[in-house]
Ligand binder design. Structure first.
Ligand code: HGY
Ligand code: MN
Ligand code: MN
Length: 414
């Protein structure tokens, strides 16, 4: 078996904990794009990368990039990565595990003075979750050269534009395109990540090979009615935007529940204005996240949801605006990379098991410049996007061993 000392998994767990302590909230983990907490986490990541024998820098969008040179200068890279931003009240493993496990693997190569016939790069992406601004995968889109400049005008909940937040973070929005990488520089993109679902646990397996990352559509919905006095306007004469939103939300839930093909829909954020107990809400906005196992299914469902919401708005006399804030098609993992991960899993003595990813990942953006693959790690109860997210140290060790083996035995596509 590949030698990976037990202390490596201890180090990985320790570092996941250290990153989890960097949060904007005193009693939960929340670390969003371009925040001072993200900056503190970036400094820690760069220090760990340098300790592992890598050069490290922050790129033009805030991604932390580490580079472990190969046998000769100027070789293309095997890119490893995951994200270091979080959702609100997050679990500590979603994202950071893939970064610190990759750093531990490179550190192991470095200590053994192993140089490979390619560069190993690690990219810690600054925004995957899209928690702060409406759009998501911002870090990996910048690396893939697909960052859409209009996103710079989007604003967070406090009204701060992405452009201003970048300047405040010490980055220059005019230089964003410098983060883009050439396809010819990247041999493959590989990510280790917790499964965020219950399948590996049910299979009694520590790791699995991902076949594809399911596509997703995120919408911003706004309903505009008429604010008014809660005591004087009769029910039949109201144009209550929040009651309209409530009907839309239940309609989406009903539609998804009735679906037999794995359609899921989530409203995670809702705002009602003006926001007083004795005022009829005149304006309501909410987010809508729609996913399905196939693109056709998702696209059809989004169209049906649009028709449903339009009908509700029309019946209630509400003006409706729907904006697509994020749209990603399903991203297949390359069979040649799946094979190499499978070989490493088998060599480590585990049954090779494949599964799709219902969650989104940076590979969805990286696929525009490289073949992608993912190694999933079992997490307790399949719980994620929740502080109870947990990975056993034995599974951290198993996954790090597999990752190290994949790296050391990596063969570029012929
Ligand atoms: O939303 C997602 O699927 C991912 O966790 N960002
Ligand atoms: Mn993640
Ligand atoms: Mn996540």
């Amino acid at each position: 078996m590949t030698e990976i000392r037990p202390s490596l998994s201890a180090e990985i767990v320790q570092r996941v904990d250290e990153l989890a302590a960097i949060s904007e909230a005193p009693d939960n983990l929340t670390r969003v794009f371009l925040s001072k907490e993200l900056r503190a986490a970036a400094d820690l990541l760069m220090a760990w990368m340098r300790e592992a024998g890598m050069s490290a820098h922050m790129d033009a969008i805030g991604n932390v990039c580490g580079r472990y040179e190969g046998t000769v200068p100027g070789l293309p890279c095997l890119m490893l990565g995951s994200h270091y931003d979080t959702v609100r009240d997050a679990g500590k493993w979603d994202g950071p595990l893939g970064i610190v496990a990759a750093i531990a693997c490179v550190g192991d190569l470095h200590r053994r003075s192993v140089r490979l016939p390619f560069v190993v790069e690690i990219v810690a992406f600054a925004d995957e979750e899209g928690t702060r601004f409406a759009s998501t995968l911002l870090g990996s889109r910048a690396v893939a050269g697909t960052f859409v400049e209009t996103a710079l005008a989007s604003r967070d909940k406090d009204g701060v534009s992405m452009r201003d937040a970048m300047v405040g973070f010490g980055l220059d929005p005019a230089r964003l395109s410098n983060a883009a990488r050439k396809a010819s520089d990247v041999l493959a993109y590989l990510e280790l990540h917790i499964e965020q679902g219950p399948v590996l646990e049910a299979e009694a397996l520590p790791v699995g090979v991902v076949t594809a990352i399911a596509g997703a559509t995120r919408l911003a919905v706004e309903l505009r009615g008429m604010a008014g006095h809660a005591g004087t306007v009769p029910m039949a004469l109201r144009r209550d935007a929040l009651a309209g939103a409530a009907e839309c939300i239940v309609a989406v839930e009903t539609l998804c529940r009735a679906d037999q093909g794995g359609l899921v829909g989530t409203v995670g954020v809702i705002h009602a204005a003006p926001g007083a107990g004795n005022v009829i809400p005149g304006l309501t906005s909410f987010t809508l996240d729609i996913r399905a196992p196939t693109d056709d299914h998702r696209i059809g469902a989004v169209a049906e949801i649009r028709r449903t919401v339009e009908a509700i708005a029309a019946r209630r006399g509400l003006a409706l605006q729907i904006d697509v804030t994020h749209e990603n098609r399903t991203a297949p993992c390359a069979p040649w990379l799946q094979d190499q991960i499978g070989d490493a899993i088998a060599a480590e003595g585990h049954r090779v098991f494949t599964l799709p990813s219902g969650a989104g990942h940076d590979g969805m953006a990286m696929i525009d410049i490289a073949d992608i693959a993912m190694l999933f790690v079992r997490c307790r109860g399949g719980i994620s996007h929740h502080p109870a997210e947990h990975v056993d140290e034995a599974d951290v060790d198993a996954s790090a061993r597999v990752l190290l083996r994949v790296i050391e035995h990596f063969k570029p596509k012929e």
